[in-house]
Write a new protein. Structure first.
Length: 595
């Protein structure tokens, strides 16, 4: 819904969300970018889309509705045909005493309201909701995708011998069963919130697996006879060579599903039984999350906010592949992104496009490496530089030199935790005094699965469990437990675990309550007990004491110990606090942090 600039100003002022100076800055940014004030407010993360629509509803006299698609009955849904619902972005979500409750993205659209009232009759209550909420609810018009997929597979000729080696044009045409199969596989993955799709040829079938919340799960098995047509269809979409089966290929394509645009990064690999395909799903409609939404709080939040406000220096994000480093960098760059600064990046690959940021793709074959790209960026008058990964001495040296010459540099490293990053840079040949003078903050992170809020179960750990937790987290000393309790209180005050209320899981003397996944899960979490992921973090400040230790070639253990003395909360402690707050489980925290 498009809201006028004047109305946005009134909403911001009346809601007490912004000062006059902040509003003046937003208007200045609007003039510089020529974007509507609504877009600037959302981009600068002054308000979320949901908060903005709630404020607008209050201002304009509408009722706001937060739709839960799982609670919309088929009877209510059927009151408006799917075609009309999609045309007007409107949906009937309930009927109470004969009154139809109609949710719309834009209830100010008089023509749409009149038409829908004629369709539904006079007994209609109109509500406003967000665009994303409407899209999720419209998804209810679709039937069971898994059932559709089974029907399409059943139609295919499973008995065709060696069909994968003799693929005709009709097999991979736009309206062929294989095209329908690919479309349904993609839609099924997106509905399941999968991050990756694995299509793997086996001797007697094709295995389709989805990575959901970081864990691979088998979703379907397709007939072996469709292997060739399936691979060819995906290669056509990704603009790859159909007849090249001996070497790996990489490509990319976009699709629109459920009203959102998704980019799929495609990788093919020859294996013993054919060609394996992995597709990474990237939601291009996703806005960068705030640091709080990513799970930062307390010392970690304060330290990183302080570091990114420095005029120059190096900020590093560390962790293994798939630990959310790119997402953290996306949020940090989005916070700093404005028309007054030149932000340039070198990435491999460019996963998320950020409006207003100059993003360069690494191309090793053409000679565009991280090092050569960074060298070129330094001639482009940048204020802020992001290098996708520091892989070698040359890139590390250039990043440090860029920080010394007045640039703020962001990058990633594959290390186990924040403290091991500094010795790793020393191993790369960077002089200790250069590391000490340029490093601003080192972020160590992992991703843990979030407990499903609908079926998680509180429990009181028994003596054996407490002994194991005490050894794993080092909380068997009274003074440590007191510190943990204080941290939980601080986390609660910063809205970590709001869904469990004000009660604490810890006391100054011990742990009285934790949470675990529901034994058999529920429909909301697809019977897994977990839904979604969040980060657990540690942020190492480059304090004076740490700088002295770097110059003295201290070990990572000594640096870690000093970081904790300076106020750093380790990833394990962060995970423990989030387990106490019902966000995740102890098992998840140990799974990703145990060394």
């Amino acid at each position: 819904m498009r809201i006028s600039d004047a109305t946005i100003e009134e909403i911001l002022k009346s809601g007490g969300k912004i000062t006059d100076d902040q509003l003046a800055k937003l208007k200045k940014e609007q003039e510089a970018t020529h974007h509507p004030l609504q877009d600037v407010v959302l981009q600068q993360q002054v308000l979320t889309d949901s908060e903005l629509i709630k404020q607008f509803a209050k201002y304009a006299g509408f009722e706001f509705a937060e739709l839960d698609p799982t609670k919309i009955s088929k009877e209510a849904l059927s009151l408006i045909p799917e075609r009309i619902a999609k045309q007007y972005n409107a949906i009937v979500f309930d009927v109470v005493d004969g009154k139809k409750k109609l949710a719309m993205e834009d209830p100010d659209d008089v023509q749409a309201v009149d038409f829908l009232k004629k369709q539904l009759g006079s007994e209609v209550d109109i509500f406003i909701t967000t665009h994303d909420n409407i899209l999720r609810a419209l998804d209810n018009y679709r039937g069971d995708v898994a059932e559709e997929l089974s029907d399409v597979i059943a139609e295919q000729d499973e008995d065709a011998a060696n069909k994968e080696e003799n693929v005709s044009a009709s097999d991979i045409a736009e309206d062929s069963p294989i095209s329908q199969t690919v479309n349904l596989l993609l839609e099924y993955a997106i509905r399941a919130s999968a991050s990756d799709i694995h299509i793997e040829p086996r001797e007697e079938f094709i295995q389709v697996r989805y990575r959901i919340d970081g864990v691979l799960q088998e979703a379907n098995r397709l007939p072996r006879s469709v292997a060739g047509a399936l691979v060819s269809r995906i290669k056509i979409l990704a603009n790859l060579k159909i007849d090249e089966r001996r070497v790996p290929q990489d490509g990319r394509f976009k699709i629109s599903i459920l009203g959102r645009t998704y980019a799929l990064r495609v990788s093919t690999l020859p294996v013993a039984d054919g060609e394996k395909i992995v597709m990474r799903i990237l939601d291009e409609g996703n806005h960068a999350l705030t640091l709080q939404q990513l799970g930062y709080w307390g010392h970690s939040l304060g330290a990183i906010e302080k570091a990114i406000l420095q005029p120059h220096g190096v900020v590093l994000v560390t962790g293994p592949t798939g630990s959310g480093k790119s997402t953290s960098l996306l949020s940090l760059l989005s916070i700093l992104n404005s028309s007054a600064v030149n932000i340039s990046t070198v990435e491999d690959p460019v996963e998320y496009k950020i409006p207003g940021v100059n993003q360069t793709q690494v191309n090793v074959k053409a000679g565009m490496t991280f090092a050569s790209g960074l060298r070129a960026l330094l001639r482009q008058d940048p204020n802020i530089i992001m290098v996708g990964e520091i892989r070698d001495t040359e890139t590390a040296d250039l990043a440090v030199q860029a920080a010394l010459t007045g640039h703020l540099v962001f990058s990633t490293l594959h290390t186990n935790n924040a403290a091991t990053t500094l010795p790793r840079l020393l191993e790369m040949g960077i002089e200790p005094f250069l590391i000490a003078s340029t490093a601003r903050a080192i972020i160590g992170q992992r991703l843990v699965r979030k407990l499903c809020v609908k079926c998680r179960q509180p429990y009181e750990p028994n003596a054996d469990e407490m002994k194991e937790i005490g050894e794993a987290f080092g909380i068997d000393k009274p003074d440590v437990m007191k510190h943990i309790h204080e941290l939980e209180q601080k986390a609660a005050s910063q809205h970590i675990g709001d869904s469990i209320g004000a009660e604490f899981g810890s006391t100054e003397s011990g742990i009285k309550r934790l949470y675990r996944a529901g034994e058999n899960g529920c429909d909301n979490c697809n019977k897994t007990g977990y839904k979604g992921r969040m980060g657990i973090y540690e942020v190492l400040d480059n304090t004076t004491a740490i700088q002295k230790m770097i110059v003295a070639n201290a070990t990572s253990g000594e640096i870690q110990e000093q970081g904790v003395k300076d106020g750093m909360d380790t990833m394990q402690v962060d995970g423990l606090i989030k387990a106490l707050r019902g966000e995740t489980s102890i098992e998840e925290t140990l799974r990703v942090t145990r060394e």
